[in-house]
Design a protein around this ligand. Structure first.
Ligand code: CP
Length: 305
């Protein structure tokens, strides 16, 4: 494939191939010498219209470890602040002959639109509430390394499913890989018709976490709740915040995940976030390996490769 715009459209073989390749980069990244030359001479632009810590920094590290020249651009420092459109920005950057553009944008579908305007490969680093494919891939890698498989596991995705591109990408990926996926949220934070994505739906944590192998918590995305109901933090934490008591509803060996950034005391208690069941730091490590795998896989289809 030329682009990675979403998990939708990837086959099980595509996903497994990327995870297997990422395993090699996990080993490389734990060595002193971490550099490869796959992207030597190539230019990677990271174009972020929304803030990011994990995704932007790991794409930068991933590109540099593969030998690319990496340029970071944010909306706040670009001419979009002077009224330039996304499409004009894309055409402008395209004229500089990049080989890869990594894009995060607040509008669903914006990354796919941009991909149609440029000649190079485009990677979706999160578009609105649509998809965040590399997050789902790094989550899958983390699960597979800790549970030895994905197929047959029960994964509870809990919290603000309505506004979450992470939930959407994970639902598609985990379902394709044979996991049983359950979303757990108040009705106000569930997209209408979510059942059609092949998930079970629970509206309280006791029911939702029952028998879960993986408990994946989502951030309460208050910045996306313009005009809609915003739950009070204390009420939300009481009913849906993951603490030790609620985690005890899941299997005894259940593992806890969170894509970050975490809101401690809102969707997750610090005792659980930093506890023995938590995979949250490992998810960050897997993020660099998965993004190296995606860059390497796409580099095979670059012109003159
Ligand atoms: N998980 C995630 O996308 O984190 P950032 O917003 O920090 O990139």
């Amino acid at each position: 494939q030329k682009h990675l715009l979403g998990i939708e459209g990837l086959t099980v073989e595509d996903i497994t191939g990327l995870l297997d390749l990422a395993e090699e980069f996990v080993i490389l990244n734990r060595q002193i010498e971490k550099k490869r030359t796959t992207l030597r001479g190539r230019t990677q632009i990271n174009l972020f219209f929304e803030v990011s810590t994990r995704t932007q920094s790991s794409f930068e590290l991933a590109g540099k470890r593969l030998g690319a020249d990496v340029m970071n651009m944010s909306a706040s420092s670009s001419s979009m602040r002077k009224g330039e459109t996304l499409m004009d920005t894309a055409v402008t950057l395209n004229a500089m002959h990049p080989d890869l553009i990594v894009v995060r944008h607040h509008a669903s579908g914006a990354v796919a639109l941009l991909a149609r305007k440029v000649d190079c490969s485009v990677i979706n680093a999160g578009d609105g509430a649509h998809e965040h494919p590399t997050q789902a891939l790094l989550d899958a890698l983390t699960i597979r390394r800790n549970k030895g498989r994905i197929e047959g596991l029960t994964v509870a995705i809990c919290g603000d499913v309505l506004h979450s591109r992470v939930a959407r990408s994970n639902i598609i990926l985990l379902g394709a890989m044979g996991a049983r996926v359950r979303v757990v949220a108040p009705s106000t934070l569930l997209p209408p018709g979510i059942e059609r994505m092949g998930v079970e739906v629970a509206r309280d944590m006791r029911e939702g976490l029952n028998g879960a192998d993986i408990v994946m918590m989502l951030r309460l995305q208050r910045e996306r709740m313009n005009g809609s109901y915003v739950p009070s933090v204390s009420e939300y934490f009481h009913y849906f915040g993951l603490d030790e008591k609620k985690l005890s509803y899941a299997k005894p060996d259940a593992l806890v995940m969170h894509p970050g950034p975490m809101n401690r005391g809102v969707e997750i208690d610090s005792i659980v976030a930093d506890g023995a069941h938590s995979l949250i730091r490992e998810q960050v490590e897997m993020g660099v390996a998965v993004r190296m795998a995606v860059l390497e896989a796409l580099s095979r289809n670059l012109p003159n490769a």
